[in-house]
Design a protein around this ligand. Structure first.
Ligand code: LMR
Length: 337
């Protein structure tokens, strides 16, 4: 298998920087008075998450008259998937919005229930879970791993992309598919006969270019803004899984804010998340139109029977979840939806 990352890749440099934080070198904190809030994420600025964070930045700036500064670091430039939660715990960043799939590795595996294939039919069902009792209780569980859960954001539904059309279960046989670090997502790919390859989001394009993986799954905004279309001319609109985020901070940072600032930041975030959730649906529609007009890209619409066959093939993943730490949560989610 080809080597994926040269020794001076951004990921390696970031891990070295994180080691420096661990060893006490820390960061030079702003000499300016006021509050600095670094918000790091791994996607492009022109995505639901990228736009939500910029909206949050401008609301905080306005409402605090510039006293609270939000620094936005997109595209894994400050921290990538492999380091961001550790960086939050170490105080090297104040806010993140990892996908729900990434909290399993951080010690809260219940979140991986959201990764179950064909769990939600539409975003209204997701909203009933995230905005209700189940969603609130889940956010509270992040405290177990030194995270303060502040709210949810949608991206949308994932689709499959590859060098070849993927419509039938047999098309997945032997395919190396990049997935996020979620046991449920790996199990989903194995159930389809594919080989899951866990990689940080920021390494996906390079892995496709180098032939380390053959396929990937993501909502269309991520597919387009990461340049994945260069390597994957076939997109199948499977809508087979949900991708959303939880915005998190660190309890210690939060406690360092005055009560007034906590209210200000939480209020701005609530507003930005509501706008971001609206935008997510709009951007998804726009991305579909863009994709259909792209030269060299073939968009496949699976038939109802093809989708049903994919759904049936992935049923063993549900059985595995029903035996694990997410069983009660799955039951509660199904009751809610
Ligand atoms: C991925 O890693 O595939 C996505 O979750 C990235 C993101 O944050 O949307």
């Amino acid at each position: 298998m080809p080597t994926l990352l040269p020794p001076t890749s951004p990921g390696v440099l970031r891990r070295t920087a994180l080691a420096a934080v661990v060893m006490g070198a820390g960061w030079a904190r702003a000499a300016r008075p006021g509050v600095l809030l670094r918000f790091s994420h791994v996607v492009a600025p022109d995505t639901p998450k990228g736009r939500m964070v910029v909206h949050f930045q401008s609301l905080v700036h306005q409402r605090s008259a510039g006293r609270i500064r939000v620094e936005v670091h997109p595209d894994s430039r400050l921290w990538g998937d492999d380091e961001e939660i550790e960086a939050l715990r170490l105080g090297a960043v104040e806010m993140l919005a990892p996908s729900l799939s990434k909290f399993g590795l951080a010690g809260v595996p219940e979140f991986e229930v959201f990764d179950l294939p064909f769990l939600f039919d539409d975003l209204a069902q997701v909203r009933r879970v995230t905005q209700g009792r189940v969603g609130r209780e889940l956010l509270a569980r992040l405290a177990r791993q030194q995270m303060l859960g502040l709210g949810y954001l949608d991206n949308g539904f994932k689709h499959m992309s590859a060098r070849r059309p993927l419509r039938r279960v047999a098309d997945f046989a032997g395919l190396r598919v990049r997935v996020q670090a979620s046991q449920v997502l790996s199990a989903q790919m194995r159930a389809l006969g594919a080989q899951p390859v866990v990689l940080p989001f920021g390494d996906t394009e390079r892995a496709l270019a180098q032939g380390v993986v053959d396929a990937s799954e993501n909502p269309l905004s991520n597919f387009l803004t990461q340049g994945l279309a260069r390597w994957q001319p076939h997109v199948t609109l499977t809508r087979h899984g949900y991708l959303g985020y939880a915005v998190v901070s660190h309890p210690r940072f939060w406690a360092s804010l005055s009560g007034t600032d906590q209210t200000l930041v939480a209020g701005a975030l609530e507003h930005a998340l509501a706008r971001g959730n609206q935008l997510a649906a709009e951007l998804d529609q726009q991305a579909q139109a863009t994709l259909r007009g792209m030269p060299g890209i073939t968009v496949h619409e699976p038939t109802a029977a093809e989708r049903m066959a994919l759904r049936e093939a992935t049923q063993p993943v549900y059985q595995a979840v029903q035996r694990g730490p997410g069983a009660a949560l799955l039951q509660a989610m199904q009751a809610t939806t």
